[in-house]
Design a binder for this molecule. Structure first.
Ligand code: NDP
Length: 285
């Protein structure tokens, strides 16, 4: 029997999720339908789309910009949240949980973005244990990755942002939501003040969308540089590659978070390396 999935967003036409999840389904041999679901940008429309989908027998939904916070609010008021979703204040994966009976179905919200990043970094062979890490950017993407990174055993974490006050507010909010983060004592600074040598620097800003270049201090260096953006040449990665760092864009994070969503929905484990190769091969055909 075909299992039904959607990704809800606005805009949504560009989403790569259908091809990624169809690749996963082919890998584990199950029959799925996965479609893009446009939704008007208001609470009532979002809640109605989610209700209609699950009432109609849908198995799982991904949630993307601008609805991750609305999905969080919906699960908080009517369902349950994973720890990662609760601390991030954002949900990218929806499913129904319960004891299996038709009457016991509860909406459940998870956030797989951060663990997707951790899994991708680990698959690159980059060591996170005790690593000295800087994240640049204090928006939704940074919010979702801090707890999974700390749980992965990193050492010191510095959060840098163009607007310093937003970084401080983010750390305060995350520390209040999670003892793990509170005990880790995340440092903050303005992006232009970020200096020294880190094991890993992660660009979690949206600057790549604009084509602008981040202001990077002359004495800022790293062994590994990761940009959450993908699909275009990224000056942030070019800068650190020229200084000898290993680099990666965020395409593997995209596949990684999708694999975790798929695993939550279907209980099938995905070979992410094999799936990534299959997706790249299909693009060349
Ligand atoms: P937000 O809009 O929530 O945050 C944007 C961040 O970028 C803020 O910290 C902002 O700083 C900073 N910023 C924007 N423009 C500039 C600039 N010109 N100079 C310096 N800093 C700037 O975006 P998200 O957190 O949702 O997304 C960030 C990036 O992560 C995007 O590129 C997105 O595509 C990517 N992403 C990738 C994923 C993946 O799976 N690979 C998953 C999720 C996100 P300030 O606070 O000062 O405005």
């Amino acid at each position: 029997m075909t299992q039904h999935f959607i990704v809800i967003g606005n805009p949504i036409a560009h989403s790569k999720s259908p091809e990624i999840h169809q690749t996963f389904a082919a890998q584990v041999g199950i029959d799925i339908s996965y479609r893009r679901q446009y939704c008007p940008d208001d609470v009532a429309s979002f809640d109605a789309v989610v209700a209609a989908f699950f009432n109609g027998g849908g198995v799982g939904a991904n949630v993307t910009v601008p609805f991750k916070q609305l999905a969080y609010a919906l699960c908080k008021s009517q369902g349950r949240l994973s720890e990662h979703a609760r601390v991030a204040g954002a949900v990218n994966t929806l499913l129904l949980t319960g004891d299996g009976s038709p009457k016991d179905k509860t909406l459940y919200g998870d956030n797989t973005d951060g663990q997707g990043l951790v899994n991708h970094i680990t698959s690159l062979g980059w060591t996170l244990t005790n690593a000295r890490i800087a994240i640049i950017g204090a928006g939704g993407a940074a919010r979702g990755v801090i707890l999974p990174l700390i749980q992965a055993g990193i050492g010191q974490l510095t959060l840098a942002n163009r607007t310093l006050s937003k970084a401080q507010v983010l750390v305060d909010e995350l520390s209040a939501a999670s003892n793990t983060i509170n005990e880790h004592a995340v440092e903050t600074c303005a992006t232009t003040e970020l200096t020294g040598t880190f094991d890993l620097i992660i660009n979690a800003t949206s600057i790549g969308l604009s084509g602008d270049t981040l202001p990077i201090a002359e004495d800022l260096n790293c062994h590994y540089a990761y940009d959450m953006m993908y699909g275009r040449a990224l000056p942030f990665l070019q800068h650190f590659a020229a200084r000898g760092a290993q680099t990666s864009d965020g395409y593997g994070m995209l596949i990684g978070q999708a694999a975790l969503s798929f695993e939550r929905w279907t209980a099938h484990t995905i070979d992410v390396t094999q799936a990534t190769s299959a997706i790249q091969a299909s693009k060349k055909r």
